[in-house]
Design a binder for this molecule. Structure first.
Ligand SMILES: [Zn+2]
Length: 251
């Protein structure tokens, strides 16, 4: 643990106890933990991937977690949406999901938005966020988040899933490839694509880990690479990404 009294003194003894298992060599410094506390992260949406991502960010001590998710919970959501429960079926998700997150960490604030934010709202959210964690099912929404993050010059973690495969991209605006560099054309989309909750949670947790690293200035972020875990074949691949000079978003 960082013994520097200047940085340690900014976290209360209760907080230092709370986060004791993630403080030390190979994990976070007290200064990094303080940075998390002072950070705001937007997670949209908070279903199969974004739910576990928001949960891990909240539990790790990100000071303000903003979650955005519209619509009501339906029974097929419960194979993967860990912030929900049988009791939420038929009800809007954002508020009960936020309530659950609040029960997990008394030291943080959670804000709920009951819809998928549009471009103007994302600009406002980007202005008061330090990072976007993008977990929507549609490419259109992912692009919108990418554009807002690049415009505001804040990092973006983009998580995607299909079947038993999860994919992760980290965008460091102006430095590494953005989502639109990687996908000049929208990839194919199925409304009711198959997905196993275990891969959703794994991908969401890895997205949260990247966000925690970036916000706390710990380790080496994934920026400039695409990580894919093919759970069906138990294979991990990492691809180098390059920026496109003619990218309409970041070029
Ligand atoms: Zn780009």
């Amino acid at each position: 643990m960082d013994e520097n009294p200047t940085t340690s003194s900014q976290l209360s003894p209760d907080e230092l106890e709370r986060y004791a298992r993630q403080l030390g060599p190979g994990v976070l410094s007290a200064e990094g933990q303080m940075r998390l506390k002072e950070s705001t992260a937007l997670v949209t949406r908070v279903g199969g991937m974004g739910g576990p991502a928001a949960l891990m960010l909240a539990m790790a001590g990100v000071g303000r977690v903003i979650i955005a998710h519209g619509g009501e919970m339906i029974s097929p959501d419960l194979n993967r949406q860990v912030l929900g429960s049988e009791a939420v079926i038929g009800h809007p998700r954002a508020e009960p999901f936020a309530d659950y997150l609040r029960t997990m960490n008394r030291f943080i604030e959670v804000e709920a938005i009951d819809h998928e934010p549009l471009a103007e709202e994302l600009d406002e959210l980007a202005a008061r966020s330090d990072i976007f964690v993008s977990c929507p099912p549609t490419f259109e929404e992912r692009l919108r988040l990418n554009q807002a993050a690049v415009k505001a010059n804040i990092p973006l973690v983009d998580a995607a899933q299909w079947g038993m495969t999860g994919t992760l991209i980290v965008v460091d605006p102006g430095e590494s490839a953005c989502l639109q560099c990687v996908y000049p054309q929208a990839p194919p989309f199925e409304e009711l694509f198959p997905v196993v909750g275990a891969i959703s949670a794994a991908t969401g947790s890895l997205a949260a880990l990247e966000a925690i690293k970036i916000l706390s200035d710990t380790g080496e972020p994934l920026a400039g690479k695409m990580l894919t875990y093919d759970g069906f074949k138990a294979r991990v691949t990492t691809l180098e990404l390059t920026r496109r000079g003619d990218c309409p978003c970041c070029g």
